[in-house]
Design a protein around this ligand. Structure first.
Ligand code: NAD
Ligand code: UDP
Length: 342
């Protein structure tokens, strides 16, 4: 570690100015929607970035623009298997995040959260690395408390179809807290609420990508249930800013901390906004509501404001405009649907 630190002290950044704090950073799930943007930011800051991914819900093209950078490395690896690397920090994002993806092979999803977290924490313990865990608002299940503060312990059906994800992420938080208490691993947990933006997988089946894809093709917009359920949508750049603030926070504060946009919308309102912004001729159609679909969700971000001086800055309309522009710029045929979706 000493050699690594000395090396970091003398290395120069891309812009050729001396940087005293260059780190070697592992991003698991680094080729995904959030991970690829995080890798991009960290490479830009001059850090040595190792992106690890098994490409289940992503593809190499998300990070192909980084491959020529001397401070970027890509490893195809499944985090359910151990890995030996020497790093200063780990952002643990490896896990399918869309309901259709994580329910496709629920046992694998659970293993990805629990075994993946165990391997990451073991690695961090060995090389005294700091770990940030990408946890989720799904920790709260179908919440009886609204909005949801971190102190709320949640209402999760442990044997339902969402449990592989919800309980897997809950167990991962348990592992983080115990590695911190028993092994002094420096952990940070962020509970991410629905996040959207450029580079989301167009066939991930999530509501924002589905609605934009359907609207641009003037196809029916699929509302699950009556569309009165709510979500709070955070733009990708806001979320990543909060995540990096949590990792770099000098306080002895492991969280968990909610990261999300507290503006709450019904799913029907979202559909109407997407239709307006795309000038689409699409009609709304109702489909059955999936089991255990949370009726409402909105983060209480008081803790993030206090500890990280963080709050979202991009309203839904502005974020959707950027996301729609990105969807218009890509060739959908270049994307393989990881699992069947609408
Ligand atoms: P994503 O599906 O685009 O990214 C996940 C990445 O992990 C993909 O590249 C996938 O191939 C990889 N992966 C999956 N299983 C793996 C395994 N076993 N080994 C190695 N790599 C594996 O999803 P995302 O939206 O970018 O989410 C990133 C993280 O943030 C996830 O952990 C997710 O649970 C969490 N999160 C995201 C949201 C959101 O709204 N986007 C909300 C809450 C939590
Ligand atoms: N949803 C919908 N139509 C779709 C996809 C999703 O009405 O085509 C609904 C879904 O039932 C849920 C909400 O949109 O109530 C958000 O779904 P998503 O899969 O994006 O994420 P979740 O918050 O449920 O994990």
């Amino acid at each position: 570690m000493l050699c690594l630190t000395l090396y970091h002290l003398v290395r120069t950044s891309k812009s050729n100015t001396f940087m005293l704090n260059i780190k070697r950073i592992l991003v698991t799930g680094g080729a995904g929607f959030l991970g690829s943007y995080l890798c991009e930011q960290l490479v830009e800051q001059g850090h040595d970035v190792i992106c690890l991914d098994n490409f289940f819900t992503s593809q190499k093209s998300n990070v192909s623009h980084l491959l020529a950078q001397p401070n970027f490395e890509l490893i195809r690896h499944d985090i359910t298997q151990p890995i030996f690397l020497e790093v200063d920090e780990v952002y643990n994002l490896a896990c399918p995040a869309a309901p259709g993806h994580y329910q496709y092979n629920p046992i694998k999803t659970f293993k990805t959260s629990v075994l993946g977290m165990t391997h990451v924490l073991g690695l961090a313990k060995r090389c005294r690395a700091k770990v940030l865990q990408a946890s989720t608002s799904e920790i709260y299940g179908d919440p009886e408390v609204h909005p949801q503060p971190e102190s709320y312990r949640g209402c999760v059906n442990p044997i339902g179809t969402r449990a592989c994800y919800d309980e897997g992420k809950r167990a991962a938080e348990t592992l983080c807290a115990d590695y911190h208490r028993f092994n002094q691993v420096d952990v940070r947990m962020v509970r991410i609420f629905n996040t959207y933006g450029p580079r989301m997988h167009p066939f991930d089946g999530r509501v924002v990508s589905n609605f934009i894809r359907q609207a641009l093709a003037h196809e029916e917009i699929t509302i699950f249930g009556d569309g009165s359920q709510t979500r709070s949508f955070c733009f990708r750049d806001d979320l990543l800013e909060g995540m990096m603030r949590m990792m770099n926070n000098p306080l002895d504060f492991m969280g968990p901390v909610n990261l999300g946009n507290p503006d709450e919308f019904t799913i029907r309102e979202l559909a109407e906004l997407v239709i307006e912004l795309t000038s689409s001729k699409s009609q709304l159609v109702q489909r059955p509501l999936p089991a255990d679909d949370p009726t409402r969700r909105r983060p209480d971000i008081t803790l993030a404001q206090e500890k990280l001086s963080w709050q979202p800055t991009v309203p839904l309309r502005a974020g959707l405009i950027k996301t729609i522009e990105w969807f218009q710029s890509i060739n959908m045929a270049d994307y393989r649907a990881p699992t069947p979706c609408y």
